[in-house]
Design a protein around this ligand. Structure first.
Ligand code: EPU
Length: 317
């Protein structure tokens, strides 16, 4: 195998919803080159390829997953860039080079640019930006998962989304080539970076200089809001549905529609619509992917019937 691997690897422990069967084979690359090699290895054999980052926003299937699951969460390196190694728009130096200074805490000045590999944890980066007094990632406070997954789905919430700070993204193309795509060449939309089959390997994030206290307070406020209105201690996959076009839903979000349809607390097996927020399905213990998907379908069908609004799933299946 091209890198560390596991056979018959349990998936539920790698999912924030704690649901999922077994991966026939899991490759766990720990460097960008190993990721390239792992993906090439799978493709050369014509095997189905399943990418797995932090296991957030995803419903992993029950049973045995055939083909190969390639994880990205071991690619965790983060750099803080200081001039002259890198300037915006300057491609003379490689911002991902091993020679680039690692992030140094506490703050010691420097340009607010973070270079991150796909496996860096989003909560970890929010904490790092707080410790540095760099603004731009506060809105992602409380969002689990890896930055690679977050970039692929344009993670975010009412206080902003990840692509607001993406300067460029390093992708592995289907033909095996590596490419740095500047923000201008990408067209991210609500909860989707629209990168197609490309695999996110890393990103350059452009933040803004602020103050530790200000960034820290924003993070604290957002986390408090989430604790107040969302199920934060139960296992979940985050919001199940995208918020619909407010013109079609009378300004109501997906959570409110599920709530008004009377579905809060509704359960199938170990899956339950959170009594706290209608757009979350929580695992009350022993839920299967089949339970979760059946409950999501019940929510979708009920909301469509009651309000004529067709909710689109946000979680990846
Ligand atoms: N509401 C209800 N009943 C509910 C849930 C919500 O009436 O069961 C009402 C609330 O009272 C509020 C409105 O709906 O007036 C909006 O609710 P909330 O503030 O919870 O925001 P949201 O639109 O449901 C969005 C994102 C979340 C993100 C929060 C905060 C989507 C689909 N959801 O939720 O993202 O955490 O804002 O930033 O965009 C996620 O993507 O996984 C996610 C959870």
């Amino acid at each position: 195998f091209p890198c560390a691997y596991r056979q018959r690897a349990p998936l539920a422990e790698r999912s924030t919803l704690r649901v999922g069967g077994t991966a026939e084979l899991m490759l766990e690359p720990a460097s960008p080159q190993e990721l390239v090699d792992a993906v090439a290895w799978v493709r050369e054999r014509g095997l189905p390829l399943h990418l797995l980052g932090g296991g957030a926003n995803t419903i992993l299937p029950d049973g045995v997953v055939s083909g190969v699951v390639v994880t990205t969460d071991r690619l965790r390196r983060t750099y803080r860039l200081v001039p002259p190694e890198y300037k915006s728009g300057d491609d003379s130096g490689d911002p991902y080079s091993e020679a680039t200074p690692r992030i140094a805490l506490p703050e010691d000045g420097g340009e607010p640019v973070l270079v991150v590999w796909a496996g860096s944890s989003m909560p970890g980066l929010v904490n790092a930006s707080k410790a540095l007094g760099w603004s731009g990632l506060e809105g992602l406070a409380g969002v689990p998962g890896t930055i690679g997954g977050g970039i692929a789905m344009n993670a975010g919430g009412s206080w902003g989304e990840l692509w607001e700070v993406v300067e460029s993204v390093r992708v592995l193309n289907v033909d095996g080539s590596i490419e740095d795509l500047p923000r201008e060449r990408c067209s991210p939309t609500y909860r989707n970076a629209n990168l197609g089959e490309r695999i996110v390997m890393g990103a350059v994030l452009r933040l803004e200089k602020s103050h530790k206290k200000i960034v820290g307070e924003a993070v604290r406020d957002y986390l408090k809001h989430k604790r107040d209105v969302q199920p934060v201690t139960e296992a979940s996959a985050g919001c199940v549905f995208k918020n619909p076009d407010p013109n079609l839903s009378g300004g109501r979000g997906a959570g409110q529609l599920v709530d008004e349809a009377g579905l809060k607390g509704a359960a199938i097996g170990g899956a339950q619509v959170s009594p706290k927020h209608g757009n979350f399905v929580v695992n009350t213990g022993g839920a299967t992917a089949t339970d979760v998907l059946a409950l999501i379908e019940r929510c979708r069908a009920t909301v469509a019937e009651r309000f004529g609004v067709e909710l689109e799933r946000e979680v990846k299946v």
